[in-house]
Design a protein around this ligand. Structure first.
Ligand SMILES: [Fe+2]
Length: 539
């Protein structure tokens, strides 16, 4: 008889997905964006660190430099960074050639496509790109190209072997800003060559709630005796706090931080932009966490392809309990707008549905609709962004995420179809980072500093937010997605004070809404909201 005790995974074990030892996000999975980020972000930061580690150390101590291209590493780790650079150059050789070919193709089009037929240029496409691109002009005769992304995923340019996971126990929310700092070997951190679609991730994560055998889970991976000693510390025989199923007859909404909200009604659960904190350690800010998630999540809704709205670190461990993921529809195969459905499928999710603007999906008494998401993408042609409108019975909730309401007429047109809403969730990160912060590695030409800082990843300010309020006439308004919770600083790099513009603007919006008799609040930490389903709007 097997007398091995059943164990649970501790709730404060971090599972950090990595690509080439860098924090994994969607642009490191989609093959073309991955090649550009490896070449023009990772290698660039590594070169800069190797040249002057002390400059990086000084920069990360300066709050004004937070989120900049500086490695947050203790001491001088240039030897390890040099080793990582060498490995990258060796293993990603073809990927780096691919990234150079993208730039060459751009140059070719800019220099030779002058409005005449593009057919002769197909012969001049860099060899490595031939068969993966189609050339075209826009109606102003500006040349461009599209990528056959499904073919790239089936080629040598999609490299799951560069994926891995780091596991360790955390006792606080502190972590360096992950887009600038690769993971360098450190004590207590177990780094395993596990690909993101590996069933180990599901079995391992399920043990947070369902006890299992340590030897069974270990049989799914290979560990050295030293690694095994660390791995064993991740488990406990102590039962976790049980999840209490919501049995009430109201619509329950719980704010988990940033743009993550769980909607529970009847037997349906909907989780928007999942970003879940770890628990099991002392904290100053209360939060909902894994313990508050239902056994099954029926729908995950993704609003847009930014690193703080698609977190593999949350999504991969939840994969075993997610029934469906609804993502904004992607069009076109352009470099800057990779296909989200393909990306999710490549990392082991097989239940992805795309939703387009003004399209709806019906489930039971719920209807999920996609509404236009304006701006916040630096005026780059990116379409994979959507505001989710969730209708439960007659109750309507609009998750506007980071939509920057540049032109209120768009939502006036939308309102003619969807009408007023009961609840508006609105992001107001209205300063935003400049274009190059996120999209710099994809650019063919350098953008001047003044142009760069005029094109920002900025959400709605007071006027634009009030535009949405005026159009949709909600009873309650919640400002969210402000990147302020301490457990997501590692990905948002945001730290506001009372003098910060997004705080001033959102305070003003809250005051105006309150003066008009609405309930209004900027969410922080955790919040539970309960609503009557029968609270229909006056028509
Ligand atoms: Fe965003």
């Amino acid at each position: 008889m097997n007398t091995e005790p059943k164990v649970y995974l501790k709730p404060n074990v971090v599972l950090e997905p990595l690509v080439d030892n860098w924090y994994a996000w969607s642009h490191l999975i989609s093959p073309a964006t991955a090649s550009m980020n490896i070449a023009y972000r990772h290698l660039k930061i590594m070169d800069s660190y190797i040249q002057a580690p002390q400059i990086h150390a000084a920069a990360v101590r300066n709050p004004k430099m937070r989120g900049g291209p500086f490695m947050d590493l203790e001491g001088d780790r240039s030897e390890e960074v040099q080793a990582l650079k060498n490995t990258t150059l060796e293993t990603q050789k073809r990927i780096l050639e691919f990234s150079e070919a993208i730039k060459e193709l751009d140059k070719l089009l800019q220099s030779k496509a002058a409005g005449y037929s593009l057919e002769p240029l197909y012969q001049e496409i860099p060899e490595i790109l031939k068969g993966y691109v189609e050339l075209f002009y826009d109606l102003n005769n500006h040349p461009s190209y599209r990528l056959f992304e499904p073919l790239l995923y089936k080629s040598e340019f999609y490299r799951p072997e560069s994926q891995s996971i780091a596991l360790w126990i955390t006792n606080n929310d502190e972590r360096p800003f992950v887009l600038s700092t690769p993971r360098i070997p450190s004590e207590g951190v177990l780094h395993l060559p596990v690909k993101f679609d590996d069933p180990f991730i599901d079995a391992f994560s399920a043990m947070k709630r369902t006890a299992g055998s340590l030897s069974d889970i270990k049989s799914m991976i290979s560990l050295t005796p030293e690694q095994e000693a660390v791995f064993d510390t991740f488990f406990t025989t102590e039962e976790p706090v049980p999840y209490v199923k919501y049995e009430g007859d109201k619509i329950r909404m719980r704010y988990f931080g940033h743009a993550c909200i769980l909607v529970e009604v009847n037997d349906v659960s909907i989780l928007i932009d999942p970003l879940i904190s770890y628990y099991g350690y002392q904290t100053s800010v209360d939060r909902f966490s894994d313990v508050d998630l239902p056994e099954v999540i029926d729908f995950v809704l993704i609003t847009h392809n930014h690193q703080d709205h698609i977190l593999f670190e949350t999504l991969l461990p939840l994969r075993h309990k997610i029934r469906n993921i609804i993502v904004p529809k992607t069009y076109g195969g352009v470099l800057q707008d990779p296909n989200l459905k393909l990306m999710f499928e490549a990392i082991g999710f097989d239940n992805i549905t795309e939703i387009g603007e003004m399209e709806s999906i019906n489930i039971d008494q719920c209807e999920i609709s996609g509404l236009p998401f304006l701006g916040e993408h630096c005026d780059i042609d990116i379409r994979s962004k959507i505001c989710h409108h969730v209708k439960i019975g007659d109750f309507k909730i609009l998750f506007a995420a980071d939509s920057c309401n540049i032109q209120n007429e768009v939502y006036q047109h939308v309102h003619k179809t969807v009408g007023d809403v009961n609840i508006l969730f609105l992001g107001m990160e209205c300063d935003g980072a400049p274009l190059t912060w996120l999209y710099g590695p994809l650019l063919s030409e350098t953008l001047s500093r003044d142009k760069d800082s005029s094109r920002r990843l900025a959400g709605s300010n007071y006027e634009r937010g009030m535009g949405l309020v005026d159009v949709f006439n909600p009873q309650e308004v919640y400002v969210y997605a402000m990147g302020q919770e301490p457990w997501l600083e590692f990905i948002s790099s945001i730290k506001y004070t009372e003098e910060s513009n997004p705080i001033i603007q959102s305070n003003k919006l809250i005051n105006t809404c309150e003066e008009r008799g609405m309930v209004a609040e900027r969410l922080f930490g955790e919040k539970e909201l309960l609503f009557e389903k029968s609270l229909a709007l006056e028509v």
